[in-house]
Design a protein around this ligand. Structure first.
Ligand SMILES: Nc1ncnc2c1ncn2[C@@H]1O[C@H](COP(=O)(O)OP(=O)(O)OP(=O)(O)O)[C@@H](O)[C@H]1O
Length: 611
């Protein structure tokens, strides 16, 4: 359509011009025949096809100019875009897009010697945010240097300060001969804009190490650590916290962020090797005494903190709380026997409790060297493959909190999803019992043989008979595609934490004393083999005390904490926790996903017995 219209529009004028050109060319022909000088050249020119085409283009352009009269909207838009603030906005946009932030600096004055050290002048506006850099004094030269730039902090994000940069002046005053603390004081007193003059360090190597995720296996408080170079830059963490290690350039002090990350700024945490060294020193000097000689370190102004070089090798680290098994305080959790409920295996807690002290001395998880070995545990996100066996669900909690009740309820309401592991026992089978139903009935000799071959996660003795939960009984449930629900005593955590079972630990915590009184009004505890009674306030207090003690000691292993307040709600919450554990990515020890090294086998995966 457009083409037809175009033709219609341009035809009359084009015709006119073409005609004129044709007439001129015709006149020229007569001049050519009269042999007038140059006429032939001019004739050739006027008859050239390209001239014809040029003429057509010109006619087209002319006709369009007349047709496209700008509308009101077009004119308005044009005016808007020409306004100075819109122009400035577009300019700012282009500058940001090009990342063209460098200021336009005046030329270096003539006569400056070429070998003069390059200086950098940094102008910062003081506000409430910490700068995220520390300074120290070079022991050899006495220079004040930038010691550390905290990952994600203001200094790091600005890209203006780097470790090793030498500080020359602050607000026009030389820092030569000053101590770091004096420089901090100058900065502390300064208001508004602060100008630093620096001699930049040679370019730093990029931190090429990949980010590592660790689970803290101990508590750490920088303000109670006399060895930290800068307490103000330190980051406190508790057992079980997830840490993203963003910088490992320093062998002793890493930079880490706590997950889920609250902000971009990292903090200083002791490296694995540094902690281990300090642990060893502490262990060998005073194995079970928690040091109280901790001197809280000075808190420096956040703006720029001084690194205190006080790495006194004789100072013992005082911030790790160890619980060497050989010196444990008496366990507050010992309580009465609970009768088995028909159809379900009762918890093995009583047998565990009675034999706890005896086993503690021989248990492999009680070895001090093992307790010392891992201040951090490397973890990765793990998503269970739908074809893989389900993860083992392990419930823990103080006696009487309702671990067994929750376990039983889940199995009763979802028998096709959940199942317990059938325990082994050396006690004689009753006439009403069937082996492999309530228990696997085996001889004492076989039981002991299985113990020697690490076939039990937990075992104990009750009234002269042995009872235990075997790895194979759990694997049987998992391999059958059901979720195995077990409850254990916390000291067995280490033997359950294997790559084959990939356990998920749920700590069942008690609610407040008031809620316990309210919710357990009609609940009964077993006082002896034949007697049940109501809970007393003493029971509740004991339960809470035991729960606190368990949390303090084993929190680092808990994947979830469930408060058992209203039973029905707790059941639903436990169900959704378990579903998430099976279906959503979770943090697990990196060793669970590594292939087994040749020559090493997971204890529970080997079937060859020890002879
Ligand atoms: N949320 C709750 N509300 C009311 N009663 C509860 C609740 N949870 C558990 N109970 C009751 O408390 C009593 C103790 O529970 P349970 O036997 O499950 O404790 P437990 O943690 O397994 O302790 P133990 O290992 O000593 O047997 C039971 O009578 C149970 O029905």
């Amino acid at each position: 359509r457009g083409r037809t219209e175009d033709h219609a529009l341009v035809k009359p004028e084009m015709h006119g011009l073409t005609q004129i050109l044709a007439d001129v060319a015709k006149d020229m022909r007569s001049s050519v025949s009269r042999d007038i000088s140059g006429a032939e050249l001019l004739h050739g020119l006027l008859s050239a096809p390209w001239l014809q085409s040029l003429l057509k283009v010109r006619v087209f352009i002319h006709s369009f100019k007349e047709v496209l009269i700008p509308t009101h909207e077009v004119r308005e838009l044009y005016c808007l875009l020409r306004r100075p603030h819109v122009q400035a906005l577009l300019l700012a946009h282009d500058t940001v897009a090009r990342k063209d932030y460098d200021p336009v600096l005046p030329l270096v004055p003539e006569g400056v010697p070429g070998d003069e050290e390059a200086m950098r002048i940094i102008c910062l506006v003081k506000n409430n945010q910490p700068l995220g850099a520390t300074i120290k004094k070079d022991e050899m030269t006495g220079d004040i240097q930038v010691a550390r730039v905290i990952h994600g902090g203001l200094a790091d994000r600005s890209g203006l300060l780097h470790p090793g940069d030498k500080l020359v002046e602050v607000n026009g005053s030389s820092v030569e001969g000053l101590e770091p603390e004096q420089v901090i004081q100058i900065l502390f007193k300064s208001q508004g804009t602060i100008v630093f003059k620096l001699i930049p360090n040679s370019p730093q190597p990029e931190n090429s190490q990949a980010t590592v995720f660790l689970r803290a296996m101990a508590d750490y408080c920088p303000l109670r650590d006399p060895t930290i170079p800068c307490p103000a830059a330190g980051m406190a963490y508790s057992k079980g916290d997830l840490l993203e290690i963003v910088d490992q350039t320093d062998a002793c002090w890493w930079q880490a962020r706590k997950l889920p990350s609250a902000g971009p700024c990292a903090g200083l945490v002791p490296s694995n090797s540094w902690l281990k060294r300090k642990q060893r020193e502490m262990w060998w000097s005073q194995p079970s005494q928690v040091h109280t000689c901790i001197r809280p370190c000075e808190f420096h102004p956040d703006f720029l903190s001084s690194e205190i070089q006080q790495l006194n090798k004789n100072v013992l680290i005082c911030f790790l709380t160890f619980y060497p098994y050989l010196r444990l305080p008496s366990d507050p959790c010992g309580r009465g026997y609970v009768q088995p409920t028909s159809g379900f295996r009762r918890s093995l807690r009583l047998f565990r409790r009675r034999t706890q002290n005896k086993r503690r001395l021989s248990c492999h998880s009680c070895c001090p060297s093992k307790a010392l070995s891992s201040p951090y545990e490397e973890v990765v996100r793990y998503q269970r493959n739908p074809e893989d066996p389900p993860r083992l669900i392990v419930l823990l909690g103080p006696s009487g909190v309702g671990v067994n009740e929750l376990r039983k309820r889940l199995m009763k309401t979802n028998p096709s999803t959940f199942q317990g592991a059938i325990p082994h026992t050396s006690r004689p089978k009753k006439s009403s019992e069937e082996s492999g139903k309530e228990y696997h009935f085996i001889s004492k000799e076989l039981f002991e043989y299985m113990v020697c071959n690490h076939r039990f996660l937990e075992y104990g003795e009750f009234k002269g008979h042995l009872y235990g939960t075997s790895v194979d009984a759990i694997k049987e449930v998992l391999d059958g595609g059901k979720i195995c629900l077990i409850d254990i005593e916390p000291h067995s955590i280490q033997s359950v934490r294997t790559k084959t079972l990939k356990p998920y630990f749920v700590f069942v915590a008690s609610p407040s004393l008031e809620r316990l009184r309210l919710t357990r009004r009609s609940a009964r505890v077993v006082a002896s083999s034949h007697l049940t009674r109501h809970f007393t306030d003493e029971d509740f207090q004991e339960m809470q005390e035991c729960g606190r003690s368990m949390e303090a000691r084993y929190r680092q292993y808990f994947d979830s904490v469930l408060v058992n307040d209203v039973l029905q709600d707790a059941c639903l919450q436990l169900y959704s926790i378990i579903r998430r554990a099976q279906d959503e990515p979770q943090w697990v020890p990196v060793s669970w996903l590594k292939p087994v090294q040749p020559g090493r086998r997971d204890v529970e995966t080997t079937n060859s017995p020890k002879v």
